[in-house]
Design a protein around this ligand. Sequence first.
Ligand SMILES: [Zn+2]
Length: 471
Amino acid sequence: MEDQQRWRWRWRSCRAALLLLLFTATADASSLGSQEHGDGDGDGDDGDKAAVERLRQYLRFPTVHPDPDYGPAVQFLLAQAASLALDTMVKEFVAKKPVVLLTWRGQDPSLPSILLNSHMDVVPVEVEDWKYDPFGAFMDSNGDIYARGAQDMKSIGIMYLEAIRNLKKTGFRPLRNVHISFVPDEEIGGVDGFGQFSKSEEFRNLNLAVGLDEGSGTETESYRTFAGEKSPWWLSIKAVGTPGHGSKLYDNSAVENLLKSIEAISIFRTSEFDKIKSGKATLADVVSVNPVFLKAGTPTPTGFVMNVQPSEAEAGFDIRLPPFADRKAIERRIADEWAPPLRNMTYKFILKSGGEGNASAIAAESSKLWWKLFETALAKAGVKFSKPEIIYGTTDARYVRDQGVPALGFSPIANTISLLHNHNEYLNMKEFLKGIKVYEEILRIFANYKNFDYHSDAAIYVIDSLYIRNF
Ligand SMILES: [Zn+2]
C-alpha cells in the first residue's frame, strides 16, 4: 500500500514537472513584454513580477460554485510544488473534490508540524456587475488585480508558496515539516473538503502543532488577526398536536406550541442583542439566534387550507456560539424551553459545529505560544496588526481546532476595501507582495522554533486575560 502510494507520488512529481515546463513556457511568453520593457531593477523585481503572474494564473481557474472545476487548478498547484521540490499528495475523500497537500520536509520531521491552509473554491459571480472578467485576473495601471478569489482566498494560497520560494532562495531550511493544503468546498461548508480531511488518517499523521487559515482583510493599515470563530448550530424544532377545526379553541395545537417556543427564543435573542446595543459586547461575543424558516399548514394550489389547525409545525434557527459560550447550558435551554417534550416538541441539529467540549476554546487556549511567535513574526516584518478577534463567520480553521490543534486566522490584506463575495473583488499587487514577506517571517519563526513539546506545552496553558477576555 505504502509502496504503491510512493509510486503514485513519484508519477505525480514527473507529471507535475512536465506540467511545470508547460506553465513556465506560458508564463515566460506572457510576461516577456514586461520583462523587456521593465525598469531593470534586477533579480528582486523580476521575482516579484513572476510571483504576480503566478497569482494571476491561479486566479484564472474557474473553481467557482455551484460547479467548481478543480482539475486544472490542482495540476497548476502540482506544477508549483514540483518547481519548489515539495512532496505532493492529492486525495479525493469525496469524488471530484480533491484535497491537495504539499509538504516542505523539515530537518527533523518527527517534530510537530505547521499547516498553511487555503481553499481553492470561490463563490459565484454576477458577471454583468463586474468591470472586468472575474476569471481574467486583469491588472490595471494601479496594480489592482481583479478576480473572484483575489481576496478570498486564492491570493493567500499563492502567498504561502511564494514565501517558500523566497526562503528557499536564501538557503533557509525548516526544522519541522511545513504542510500547505489546498482544499475544496469551503464556501459551501467544507464538509466534503477539510471536514473529511480533518477526520482522516492522513491528517492525524501530519502531527500538527498549529494551523494557519484565512481571516479577513482590512481597509486600515493594521492587519486583523483571529484566534477563534463562532460555531454554527443549525437547529430545527418541531411541534406536534391534535389537528382540529379552525373554529374551535383547544390547548396544545402544534402551531400554538411552536409559537410559545418562538416567543421564548425571541426573548433570548433580545437579551443577547441588548448586550451589543449597550456597547458591552460585539457580535463576536454573544450567542446569536435568527429564525430562518417556518413550516406549517396544509397547502392548496392557491394557498393554504384556512379552516384546519395543522398537526405539525416546524421552525429553523441559525444559532452562532462564541468559543467560550457554555454549550451544555444552551443545549439544556433548547431541551427545556425551546423544544420541551411537555409541549409535544422535538428538536434536531441540521449542523452542530464546535464539538461538545468547547473545542474551539481549548484550541485557542493552547495557541498562546503560537500567538506570541505570531506577534513576534509580524513585528519583525514591520507591519501593524490589531489584537486577536473572534471571527463570526466560519472558516475551515474550525475543523483544525475541533481536532484539538490551535489555528490562527489571518489574511495579510490591508489598505483594501473588503470585497469578499462582492462584485469587482480585487487585490493590489503591492499588498500581495507584502503578504509574501509577512509569511516569510512567520515561516522563519514557526518552522524553526525549538524546545517545543506540544503535549506538555498544551497542558500548562491557562486562561489568560490578554488572550481570552480581550477577544
Ligand atoms: Zn474564504
